[in-house]
Each structure stands twice: as C-alpha cells, then as structure tokens.
Design a protein around this ligand. Structure first.
Ligand code: ATP
Ligand code: MG
Length: 422
C-alpha cells in the first residue's frame, strides 16, 4: 500500500478532471459503489479459478459470519448496484467509476496492493459500436494528457462455446509439454489453462508461440463481430494491432478484449484493459444484458504524466526551421529578437542546415510544440509559417512584425509546461 504525496496531487487532479470532462462528453455518468462487498460477489463474477479470487483478495469474516472482501476491481460492484437499483431500464446505460482497489499481489514497480482505477462500462449494447466508442473515448483522454505513445492491442475471445473447444485443444497441447511448464502454469493447467496464455514469464511466452490460436476456433458470428469492431476503429481513427495471444486475467470476458500498453514503464506496461462481458449481468442474477467496459490503472498513467511533464520541462517551445538562401541570417536575428520580446520562451534554432524534411525530423525529436518556418518565400513575403507539432491544428502564416505578439499570446495560453493544445 502506498501514500499519494502532496507533490503529486496536481497530476492526480489533472488526470481526474480530464476523465470527468471527456467521459461526460460521451454521455457517461459517474457511479460510486462501496469498497467492501460480499466475497461471493467477486468469486462469482471474477471466477473462482482466477488469481484475483484464488489468492489476491483481502477477505475477512464480519461479526455476523459473513465473508466480506475489499474490492479487487470495480465491475462486479457496479453490476450489483445496477441490478439492485434497477438502473438498466435506461439502457444502453453508460457509467464510470473511480477509486481504490485492493489485491494482495507481489509488490513491484507499477504493482501495488492498493491502487486506483478509473473504469467505464456500457450495459445493453450488443454491437461492437460500444467497444469502438469506448476506445475512442480512451484515446481522447490520452490526447488531452499528451500521452501519445500508447499502443492499442485487440483480440477476440469468441463465444463461451468457441472458447470451450479451444480450451480442450490448448489443454491437450500444454499437457504434452507439461515438463516445460513453470510452477504457476502447471497449477493452472487443469483448473484454468487459458490463464497460462496471460503468463508474464518469457519462457512460457516462447512455448505459447506454438500453441493453438483461439482465432482458429471462432465461428461466423464471432468473426463478424470482430471485423465490424476493427472497421469502426479504423473509421474513428483509433490505431490498433491485433495480438492473437491477448487474453484477460478475469473470467467474465467474451468477444472483444483490448489493452493499451506502453514501453515506457518496464514490465508493467498495461495502462488500460477491458473488453466485452456479455454473461456477467446474468451471472449476477439479472437478465442476459450485454456489457462492455475497461479499467485504467491510475498510478501507471500518473507516472507517464510525470515523465511527460519532466520531458516537457526540458524541451524547447519553438523549433526554428530555416531553409533557403539568406534564411539563416535573418532567422537567427529574428530568434534573438523573440528571446528579448517573449520572456521565458525557449527557442531552438536549427543549426547546420539541412532540407525542410531533415529539419522537421529534428524539430519533432526536440519535443518542441511549434515549428516556426522561414523559407525563401516567407522571407520575401515578410512572414513566418507557424506549424503546431503536437496537435492536428492547421499551420498559419504570421507577419514577422506580429510574430512576437502572436507567440506571447500562444505562450500565455499553452503555458510554459504544456505541449500545445488538443
Ligand atoms: P496484470 O495482467 O498486469 O496483472 P490485470 O489483468 O490484473 O493486469 P486488470 O484487472 O484488467 O489488470 O486491471 C486494469 C488495469 O489496472 C491494469 O491494466 C493496470 O494498469 C491496473 N492494475 C491492475 N492491478 C494493479 C496493481 N496491483 N497495481 C497497480 N495497477 C494495477
Ligand atoms: Mg493482475
């Protein structure tokens, strides 16, 4: 368990405010559910043979003999609350939550026993439009926070019947290689062989390279769902890669599963994970309402924000691109004047020449938010081209005698520690 220290709170607040703004723009409403629930709620929803239920829950017996647990995740409690309060009548229902979760795992970098999740759930939507919009929403959060290096991996787990057929094949394959399995995997082999696919052990991952693929067991309906999911992501501009070995650690998933991952955090690189859980509401005693959702790991995302802020603190605000006859002479002089006129503005001039293309590459690598471009045309027309490097905004022509004022305004708005707007 860990403390959240005052020096980090501004990052937590910024993250949480961004969540509220973005989620409400998609019609999601917040729900707050208890931190403690009956143990059987989690056992039933998450699955008896999962790591979470088998060995990670903080459970205790209440004075009247009930077994209670600190919540290890948010979805089970939200489903219970939705059923208990009759909220499904407004389906499709869009809800989000935020708060601490508890799992007795081996503590390591990016993995603690109390951690915080933000989650979003959509109930009552059968089609992959729900998955696609959820992921567009997550992507908008990353963009607002300037986290542009996250990679989306997706896969399909198919229906329960398809998974059962796959499970039989997988079990046969793994039983044949039993002496190569690590201790964890051997324990899982008979109880829950699909969990072995989620092993973090590189040796297991190598072995699994030869295992049967779930994709080969999918029927026409599941394939159609997955194809439509991919088509919608493409249409919404959400880039993804299919990872045919992606499974989820909790039992309730079917069809679409996905993870947003980063290479910047070492081994614990998943910052948001989720998928479709059509059977879960029924397991909890409701009708067969479909559901889909995700949970973000707040500590890992705040860590990425911290790294981003540190990188921005070093990066120039403006990279000056100068290509063509006479542009360096004028450009360096203009840069000098701008440093006088806009206090605090960090301008990195391109030194050593190079084509526009080569200079833009350097500009990008510098981390600058803006490129100010001076070519022969610009000098002749007495203006500069200003090109945002970290957002989709259009470039603009600014007369040279107004450039200092324009940058002053931009600097005031973007602030010294911001990588441009979104
Ligand atoms: P993993 O495979 O890394 O154990 P998981 O499948 O258990 O992840 P989920 O239950 O899907 O993870 O949780 C969603 C997200 O919550 C994770 O991607 C991660 O960012 C975060 N998370 C999960 N467990 C922890 C933990 N013990 N400490 C910090 N963050 C966590
Ligand atoms: Mg886990």
């Amino acid at each position: 368990m860990h403390d959240l220290l005052p020096e980090d709170m501004h990052l937590w607040h910024r993250f949480e405010q961004t969540i509220r703004d973005v989620f409400s723009a998609y019609g999601f409403n917040e729900i707050r559910v208890p931190v403690v629930e009956k143990t059987e709620l989690f056992a039933r929803a998450i699955g008896d043979a999962t790591d979470v239920v088998e060995k990670e829950m903080y459970s205790f017996v209440d004075r009247n003999g009930d077994s209670l647990s600190l919540r290890p995740e948010g979805t089970a409690g939200v489903v219970r609350a939705v059923l208990q309060n009759g909220l499904l009548y407004g389906a499709p229902l869009r809800l989000w939550y935020m708060g601490p979760m508890f799992r007795r795992e081996r503590p390591q970098k990016g993995r603690t026993r109390q951690f915080h999740q933000v989650g979003a759930e959509v109930f009552g939507a059968v089609g992959p439009d729900a998955e696609a919009e959820l992921l567009a929403m997550a992507q908008r959060v990353w963009r607002r926070l300037g986290l542009d290096e996250l990679r989306l991996e997706i896969n399909s787990l198919g229906s329960a019947e398809e998974r059962a057929a796959f499970r039989t094949d997988l079990h046969a394959f793994l039983s044949g290689r039993k002496n190569e399995l690590d201790e964890d995997s051997r324990r899982r082999l008979d109880r829950n062989p699909m969990r072995i696919l989620d092993s973090k052990n590189p040796k297991m991952q190598a072995l699994l390279g030869e295992a049967p693929l779930l994709h080969d067991f999918l029927g026409a309906e599941s394939l159609a769902h997955f194809d439509e999911f991919r088509r919608l992501l493409e249409r919404l501009g959400v880039a993804y890669v299919v990872n045919p070995r992606l499974v989820r650690g909790l039992d309730y998933y079917c069809h679409s599963v996905f993870e947003w991952v980063t290479d910047a955090l070492g081994a614990q690189g998943t910052v948001c994970a989720g998928g479709r859980y059509d059977g879960l509401v029924e397991i909890q005693g409701g009708k067969a309402w479909p559901g889909v959702g995700f949970a973000m790991g707040q500590e890992r995302l705040v860590e990425l924000m911290r790294m981003q802020v540190a990188a921005e603190a070093e990066a120039p605000h403006v990279y000056l691109v100068m290509a063509g006859q006479g542009t360096v002479e004028d450009g360096l002089a203009i840069a000098e004047r701008l440093r006088e006129d806009v206090p605090g503005l960090r301008i990195q001039s391109n030194l050593g020449g190079g084509s526009f293309k080569a200079q833009f590459k350097r500009a990008d690598r510098s981390g600058a938010s803006l490129a100010v471009v001076l070519g022969e045309d610009e000098i002749r027309q007495g203006q500069a081209t200003v090109k945002p490097l970290r957002s989709q905004e259009a470039q603009q022509q600014i007369p040279l005698d107004r450039l200092a004022d324009w940058l002053k305004d931009w600097f005031k708005q973007a602030g010294p520690g911001m990588a441009g707007s979104c």
